[in-house]
Design a protein around this ligand. Structure first.
Ligand SMILES: CC(C)(COP(=O)(O)OP(=O)(O)OC[C@H]1O[C@@H](n2cnc3c(N)ncnc32)[C@H](O)[C@@H]1OP(=O)(O)O)[C@@H](O)C(=O)NCCC(=O)NCCS
Length: 194
């Protein structure tokens, strides 16, 4: 992918518009701040305790873009009354491979931005981009996995039209409880103008 990918999600009556762009090294301080939240650390597999961890995490994102198998976006809130854009979350398309029909999505929202539909709006933008970009290469199904004891994540799936598919048995240590698999299929996409 040669050009920087910028995605957007519209404002709501209660929340500013979102801009999604690939993570960059300048995001390290905001990333460390986001990971101070115990809920974020609990529900994600990464540990970002300091700027060194953050740089490792950010380089991992850059490797994913370079390899073409993982596409992580920083989600920024873009209030109209200020040029400053604050980090609001992360959304990622992963497990992408040429000719493979499925890939996986993931997300988190920084604690200060929760409850404003940041994750569902960012996920909708990512989903459209993923099918537009990789559909011709065979991608026709996106999977979203979450633990059953994470109802907020289940709501993000529902609000983003990822239909419940099946219960996943626990797989400790990374997945200690049963989970849900939600799926969104390319053939359920509504064509533009349709
Ligand atoms: C799950 C998560 C991504 C939701 O993001 P969000 O941008 O707040 O999404 P929404 O605003 O649509 O809220 C989704 C649900 O979160 C809950 N919620 C709302 N406000 C909240 C707040 N201030 N704090 C925590 N949860 C809140 C509600 O159940 C809401 O559902 P509802 O809209 O039906 O009331 C976010 O809580 C998060 O980052 N959690 C930690 C990481 C995580 O769980 N990632 C997913 C792993 S599978």
């Amino acid at each position: 992918m040669t050009d920087t990918v910028i995605l957007r999600a519209e404002a709501t009556p209660f929340a500013p518009a979102l801009v999604l762009r690939p993570w960059c090294v300048g995001d390290a301080p905001a990333l460390v701040e986001a990971y101070r939240d115990p809920a974020l650390r609990h529900w994600t597999s990464s540990a970002v305790r300091n700027e060194d961890d953050a740089m490792r995490w950010l380089r991992g994102q850059q490797r994913g873009w370079a390899a073409g198998d993982r596409f992580g976006f920083a989600v920024l809130e873009a209030p109209t009354d200020t040029p400053h854009r604050q980090l609001a979350g992360n959304v990622v398309l992963k497990e992408v491979a040429s000719g493979k029909p499925s890939a996986e999505v993931g997300y988190w929202t920084a604690v200060h931005a929760r409850g404003r539909a940041v994750a569902p709006r960012a996920l909708q933008a990512l989903t459209g981009w993923a099918f537009d970009t990789f559909g011709a290469g065979g991608l026709n199904r996106l999977e979203l996995l979450h633990q059953v004891d994470n109802p907020a994540s289940c709501r993000v799936a529902e609000k983003s039209r990822y239909a419940f598919d099946s219960v996943l048995p626990a797989a400790p240590p990374s997945f200690p409880f049963d989970g849900h698999r939600h799926i969104r299929r390319r053939d359920t996409e509504i064509p533009a103008g349709g």
